[in-house]
Design a protein around this ligand. Structure first.
Ligand SMILES: Nc1ncnc2c1ncn2[C@@H]1O[C@H](COP(=O)(O)OP(=O)(O)OP(=O)(O)O)[C@@H](O)[C@H]1O
Length: 257
């Protein structure tokens, strides 16, 4: 399997000496092409810091982030813009849609920022909208959409340029359980049928049970790893194993949906 992303001994420390917080303390792992990898851990374990480092929002204090063997920290100018806008697609907890733009315009924003073939992207939009069941909200504004529709529009925006990897930060955090389930089924389909590579940070055990592999982090390091035994293990069985690890970490007690 191809490695898409390699995290090697990544460190991020906040503060100095006695008051220092080791948000990331030399964490290492790989994301392979076509993986659906979850990152879980209790509050303050370093999940957001990790995602922010990968997104180049936060500068690490040590270690390496390599996207297809390229040092992400060394990217500058056009290459950095390409990495942020084209190589990685982001899905945020609060959707981050522009209120004055329709669903279609929101999804097509990345096109105007990068020099891409418009005909191809428009046909991709049609395909994504159909799959994500948002065709009938493409001409609506975010204020006229449900939370679930907003997040699926955001997912289409993240996918429109066919990125190497999707970074999802608590994507079900603002959704009710039904919409969360729909979103996760769509993400699972994008992973299994379209080969999308997804790295998702979540607190939500149900959402995590759609992943193929989960890394549990504690104090900025990997504490445990679970792999779903497909096809022998059902999602419900995987969910139960995730709950057990979360109980050791001191969190997670929802009911499987
Ligand atoms: N800008 C900052 N300045 C100082 N400390 C920080 C900063 N950002 C994060 N931290 C600390 O680093 C540690 C890891 O934080 P991080 O936000 O990565 O955790 P998290 O796992 O995402 O938590 P949550 O699940 O609550 O979002 C925490 O102890 C946090 O207080």
């Amino acid at each position: 399997m191809d490695t898409i992303l390699e995290i090697e001994a990544l460190k991020k420390y906040y503060g100095k000496s006695k008051n220092q917080t080791k948000a990331l303390d030399g964490i290492s792992f790989r994301v392979m092409k076509g993986e659906f990898l979850g990152i879980m851990g209790s509050s303050g374990s370093g999940k957001s810091t990790l995602l922010n480092c990968i997104a180049t929002v936060t500068r690490p204090d040590g270690g390496e982030i390599l996207l297809r063997n390229r040092q992400v920290q060394e990217l500058k100018g056009r290459e950095l813009a390409q990495y942020r806008g084209k190589k990685i697609g982001y899905l945020f907890q609060n959707f981050e849609l522009l209120d004055h733009m329709t669903g279609r315009e929101n999804i097509l924003i990345p096109l105007s920022l990068h020099n891409v073939d418009e005909t191809e992207s428009r046909s991709r939009l049609k395909q994504l909208a159909g799959y994500l069941e948002i065709t009938d909200v493409l001409d609506k504004f975010p204020s006229q959409m449900s939370g679930g529709q907003k997040q699926r529009v955001a997912a289409a925006r993240a996918l429109i340029l066919n990125p190497e990897m999707i970074l999802a930060d608590e994507p079900t955090g603002a959704l009710d359980s039904k919409n969360a389930r729909t979103l996760m089924e769509k993400m699972e389909g994008l992973n299994q049928d379209a080969g999308a590579t997804i790295l998702m940070v979540t607190h939500d055990t149900n959402a995590a049970s759609y992943c193929r592999r989960i890394l549990f982090i504690q104090d900025g390091l990997i504490f445990h790893e679970l792999r779903r035994d497909i096809p022998r293990e059902t999602r419900q069985e995987f969910y139960q194993r995730i709950l057990k690890v979360m109980a050791q970490l001191g969190g997670g007690s929802e009911h499987v949906l």
